[in-house]
Design a protein around this ligand. Structure first.
Ligand code: DON
Length: 575
């Protein structure tokens, strides 16, 4: 159905409902805006805060506090972001950690410049495009659970590269909070408790994971229990102030390689020694007078920029936040954005025409496709889970860091190196196991994203930073596989197009459409009347409790307003 038809067919009662829900949202927003306060010293986790000197938003409250501690010690946004990253790797161990990798977008105020760091995992040198084919058939589980899913970790190389280039502190100073959390123990969040419970049968079969996350009788540790990760604490300490040498060529490398050998893995000493993070040119597009900066491929930042571009030029004028006609427009634009995503891959291996994809003429063409969509294939079930983590930092000097990092699915490969306390990623699943075979997130494999030795898999992780008149005004990013792309888009629009504050922008219910499967996923918090309006327009909906987690910071001259996503918990800590 064309979006214009959808617009015209909006019944009166829905218009009335949309007006009511806007009024309720406004009241909620007012209540939430009054509630946030500077909370650096308060004990209870808060997902919303206002700060003057600095702000850290993380999917872990302990990690957000770790970041603010570093800011208070005189560190800048980069120091604080890296301390938060190491800490969240301890407290959200099912989502991220030093066995994984990510993307970091950095704005340095002094030089008014953006930097993009890609420290995504790479495919081991011994990997091959057909490595997941058995008896002529693709076996995607091999890429997901177990040793063949493991890519070369980029986390420590990325942290070290950013710290050396823009930080002011030594590695041990920024690692101190993480070491303390791992060594002394941390209280498991609701979210982690659920993840341990769900994955308990798999954790049981891994000696390192069961030692940390299960009780001696084999039952899972729960939310509120204290989790101690002594071996991880020792590994972090042992990295000293030259973490790259230690991790990629020293004792950690030796233990990782020995573990791989013993378990039939592909990763070798040469893989670790050859790993390099890549400084890339950030990509950029305008949206309604704002400049939006994002990660280039193999991240999906370009997809968000294409979608925003297609909604530019007053294209949402007069539509209410989460009104059915707005959502219909969003669905069609998301669908076309995800179709374009099939062209994205590691640019070192495949010619991704990112500049062409971001031209006005291509974006106009995407908008046309969205206005006149063709029918798509029928829907299988859609995936969503909660690995990965995003964090955002803004400091008093105007520096901003937005980063997303992951070990991919919950507890990654479901394997750990016990003596190191390192949980191994299953990032190889983000490659196309074979053309047309969907990965864990039902994203279908394309040739461009085929496995090659040394190649980085395509990612949905896409932190963004937005400026107006040359100054950062907001940043956002999220976790949740492909729902990162749609979530970042919606939170950005909630702030830039609908002028919601960070807390309300993050709290608004979200939808997700990724072209295939042909089903629109809708959060259950989306009002029933809105859902039925979408169904009347012909959309097939699948209702889920929630879609990923997206955080945001809005940056005004007088203050910083941070919001972690209450869907996953975490913390916004300002000071
Ligand atoms: O890079 C990616 O796109 C995925 N490895 C992200 C995984 C993720 O967000 C897990 N949560 N659902």
């Amino acid at each position: 159905m064309a979006v214009s038809k959808a617009l015209m067919s909006m019944p009166r009662r829905i218009q009335f409902f949309a007006a009511c829900s806007r009024a309720i949202a406004l009241l909620l927003a007012l209540a939430l805006f009054i509630a946030p306060c500077s909370n650096a010293d308060s004990a209870a986790p808060q997902t919303s805060a206002v700060g003057v000197h600095g702000m850290v938003v993380s999917e872990s409250d302990d990690a957000a506090h770790a970041g603010v501690e570093i800011l208070k010690q005189g560190g800048n946004a980069v120091d604080a972001a890296l301390a938060t990253e190491l800490a969240v790797g301890v407290t959200n161990p099912a989502a991220c950690g030093i066995g994984g990798g990510g993307f970091m977008l950095i704005y340095i105020a002094k030089v008014r410049h953006f930097y993009a760091l890609d420290y995504r995992e790479t495919a081991p040198l011994q990997s091959r495009p057909d490595m997941y084919i058995r008896n002529g058939k693709p076996d995607e589980d091999l890429a997901r659970d177990g040793i063949l899913g493991v890519g070369v970790p980029g986390e420590i190389a990325g942290i070290d590269a950013a710290l050396r280039r823009f930080g002011t502190m030594k590695f041990q100073q920024i690692a101190a909070p993480a070491e303390k959390l791992a060594g002394d123990g941390y209280v498991a969040s609701e979210h982690l408790g659920k993840e341990i419970e769900t994955l308990a049968p798999k954790l049981k079969s891994d000696p390192g994971l069961s030692q940390v996350f299960l009780k001696p009788d084999g039952s899972p540790l729960k939310a509120g229990d204290t989790i101690v990760a002594k071996n991880l604490a020792a590994t972090l300490k042992g990295l000293g102030n030259d973490p790259v040498t230690n991790f990629y060529r020293g004792e950690v490398a030796a233990a990782l390689v020995a573990f791989m050998k013993a378990h039939g893995g592909l990763l070798t000493a040469a893989d670790l020694a050859n790993y390099r993070p890549d400084w890339r040119d950030p990509i950029h597009h305008r949206y309604e007078g704002y400049d939006v900066y994002a990660m280039p491929p193999p991240s999906s930042g370009g997809v968000v920029l294409e979608m925003l571009g297609a909604l530019d030029s007053g294209h949402l004028a007069g539509l209410g936040v989460n009104s059915p006609p707005y959502l219909a427009r969003l669905i069609e634009v998301m669908r076309q954005g995800f179709i374009d995503r099939e062209q994205y891959a590691d640019p070192s291996f495949v010619g991704v025409e990112i500049q062409k994809l971001l031209t006005d003429s291509h974006i106009l063409e995407l908008r046309e496709r969205a206005m006149h969509p063709k029918t798509s294939p029928p829907p299988p079930a859609a995936a969503h889970d909660h690995g990965t983590t995003n964090l955002l930092v803004a400091d008093k000097d105007g520096n901003v860091v937005a980063l997303t990092t992951t070990i991919n699915t919950v507890f990654g490969a479901k394997m750990s190196v016990p003596e190191l306390g390192i949980i191994l990623n299953d990032e190889m699943d983000d490659f196309a196991v074979a053309p047309g075979v969907p990965n864990a997130y039902h994203l279908e494999g394309e040739l461009a994203n085929q496995v090659r030795p040394g190649k980085r898999p395509l990612s949905s992780m896409t932190p963004i930073i937005v400026t107006k008149n040359g100054k950062p005004v907001m940043t956002t990013g999220g976790s949740g596989g492909p729902t990162i792309i749609s979530g970042v888009l919606q939170v950005a629009l909630n702030i830039l197009a609908f002028h919601l504050d960070a807390t309300s922008a993050v709290a608004e219910p979200r939808i997700h459409e990724q072209a295939a499967p042909d089903v629109v996923i809708v959060e259950q918090a989306m009002p029933a009347a809105t859902r039925s309006a979408l169904e009347q327009m012909g959309y097939k909906l699948k209702v889920v409790p929630n879609l990923g987690a997206v955080g945001a910071i809005t940056i005004a001259p007088a203050n910083l307003h941070g919001a972690a996503d209450p869907r996953k918990g975490g913390g916004a800590v300002g000071y």
